[in-house]
Write a protein that binds this ligand. Structure first.
Ligand code: ARG
Length: 545
């Protein structure tokens, strides 16, 4: 990573002056974001992060003075050509030709590994992560909440895998529960085997809606109950119909996921945990955690005072399991089966209570890993707009970028208008930039950075692109810390903007061969990093629009 070499060099000089080990300084040195005010330095050291007394006493003024004092003791060298100070920072400008040469060489040499090999990640232990995402319910709508979970979960999985972690992508289908009693009856009344095969999701949804209208009818109620009981008793015929619902639905899901560029390693689901739920209930009972109510249901007391002012129902009066019971069994099973370091659930915010209860019960049961697990949960707002699965959606890419912009947990409102707009800060802009840069490469051919005269890349617009490329590892690091895609999204939008400006002011066509070659190389590097970032977000870069 280009920035590593520079950071190391700056750290080594600082280490002598400050008498601190260089390793401790590296994380305090960061690349300066490119701004409209040009001529900014390349790196900065925040003085507050290296002074011992950064308490309330050391005011801004004081920090500024310290920065100046520190800067006076530092010298320019073969790497650093200029040292200046800002409010509380010491700023370093790298030798211009060295900057261009190092960045271009590194980007083009590392290819898809650019940034992920940075030493910023060297202290991060490699882990195994089970990431559950998407998790739609059979016979119910695949709504925008599921789409967002799919996109965000896929991003988290891509990022973790790129950083060298072992990742298991899991889909936990809503494929069990009382609604399957109703669906079964519905299918017996209005079902059509042909339609079930050709468009299972739509057909099962229609059947479910239709039978739901009669759900209050006593006869229908009884039939639904019977159907679900037979299912739980594993009656062969009933089970075989249910299995068709599940299998055909998964086939169609896979087709949809494929279009989105998403895949799963495991299709799990609530149906896997009927027996194991009974074991969980037994465990809860053995540990004295299961309490019977007068209604005959089983609950776990979650209140502080143990007065049942807060509880979670884990067993129906007839002894059968609920959504949370199956999730308890599933969590324990995931941990046993995969012995992972991290378990991540990507789901909508409407479920945050459910997950709070889930982790609380696991802790009561003595599963200490549930504690750290809770921190890794990423709930976000679900605006409950249904996703028309069947449209020939022209703007999958826009959806991605729109979804990624805001904070995941903000009360963000989804809008189809915004998703479908093709101008401005959208995924289309990323694609368009990628396609243009790609065609530039097609026309002028690939350039080797070793053959390039970097003295030709000294215009401010060229420097801005280089400076921005320098920051990629820090942006990856930020996203890896909070699992938020927004850092990468805004980085790529800026990269696209800077590349577009540079493309305008620094034409390749018609320039002297040496200049043209150097510029080509710069654009090649920009395209490479753009493509890397897009792939992490789950967007497949196109070469033509
Ligand atoms: N199927 C659920 C729904 O659509 C989401 C599942 C979330 N994951 C879990 N382990 N409960 O509402």
């Amino acid at each position: 990573m280009a920035s590593c070499a520079f950071r190391r060099s700056i750290a080594s000089q600082l280490s002598k002056v400050l008498d601190l080990p260089p390793e401790n300084l590296i994380k305090s040195i960061s690349a300066v974001p490119v701004s409209k005010k040009r001529h900014v330095a390349d790196f900065q050291l925040s003085v507050a992060s290296v002074t011992e007394d950064s308490s309330s006493e050391s005011l801004a003024q004081d920090l500024h003075l310290q920065a100046q004092k520190l800067a006076e003791r530092l010298k320019c060298d073969a790497v650093v050509s200029e040292i200046s100070t800002g409010p509380g920072t010491v700023n370093f400008t790298i030798n211009r030709e060295l900057l261009a040469k190092t960045v271009l060489q590194q980007v083009l040499k590392d290819g898809s590994e650019y940034g992920v090999k940075s030493e910023l990640f060297s202290t991060v232990p490699r882990q195994k992560a089970v990431i559950e995402f998407s998790s739609p319910n059979i016979a119910k709508k695949f709504h925008i909440g599921h789409l967002r979970s799919t996109i965000i979960g896929n991003f988290i999985a891509n990022l973790k895998a790129a950083l060298g972690h072992e990742v298991i992508r899991m889909n936990y289908l809503g494929d069990w529960g009382m609604q399957f009693g109703l669906l079964g009856v519905g299918f017996q009344c209005f079902g059509n085997k042909e339609k079930l095969k050709s468009s299972p999701l739509q057909h099962l949804f229609e059947v479910y809606v239709q039978i739901n209208k009669e759900a209050d009818d006593e006869n229908v109620k009884k039939l639904a109950k019977d159907f679900f009981r037979k299912l739980e008793e594993h009656d062969e015929q009933t089970l075989s119909l249910w299995k068709q619902f599940r299998d055909f639905s998964i086939e169609e899901y896979i087709r949809i996921y494929k279009r989105l560029g998403v895949h799963f390693d495991e299709y799990s689901g609530e149906s896997f945990y009927q027996e194991k739920s009974q074991e969980v209930l037994k465990m809860l009972e053995d540990k004295g955690l299961l309490q019977k109510t007068v209604k005959g249901t089983g609950v776990v007391d979650l209140s502080e005072k143990k007065d049942l002012s807060l509880f979670s129902t884990v067993m129906r009066s007839d002894g059968t399991s609920l959504y949370i019971t199956r999730d308890l069994a599933a969590a324990i099973d995931r941990m046993n089966k995969h012995s992972c370091d991290t378990m991540i659930y990507v789901t909508d915010k409407t479920q945050s209570n459910h997950f709070q209860h889930l982790f609380q019960i696991l802790k009561l049961m003595g599963y200490d890993w549930a504690e750290s697990n809770q921190r890794d949960r990423r709930p976000y707002r679900d605006s409950r707009e249904s996703w028309p699965c069947s449209t020939n959606n022209p703007s999958d890419v826009n959806l991605f970028s729109q979804d990624f912009r805001g904070l995941l947990s903000s009360d963000y409102q989804f809008s189809w208008d915004r998703a479908l707009q093709s101008r401005g800060d959208t995924g289309v802009f990323l694609q368009y930039t990628h396609a243009r840069l790609h065609s530039l490469e097609q026309i002028h051919g690939n350039k080797q950075p070793t053959d390039v005269n970097v003295a030709c890349l000294q215009e401010p617009d060229a420097i801005s692109v280089l400076q921005h490329l320098l920051r990629y590892d820090e942006v990856l690091y930020q996203s890896s810390q909070d699992l938020q895609p927004k850092h990468i999204v805004s980085y790529l939008l800026t990269l696209s903007r800077l590349a577009a400006v540079a493309h305008k002011t620094l034409p390749v066509k018609g320039s002297a061969p040496e200049v043209a070659q150097a510029r080509c190389c710069l654009f090649q590097a920009a395209r490479s990093v753009l493509a890397n970032g897009m792939k992490l977000l789950g967007i497949t870069p196109v070469t033509q629009m």
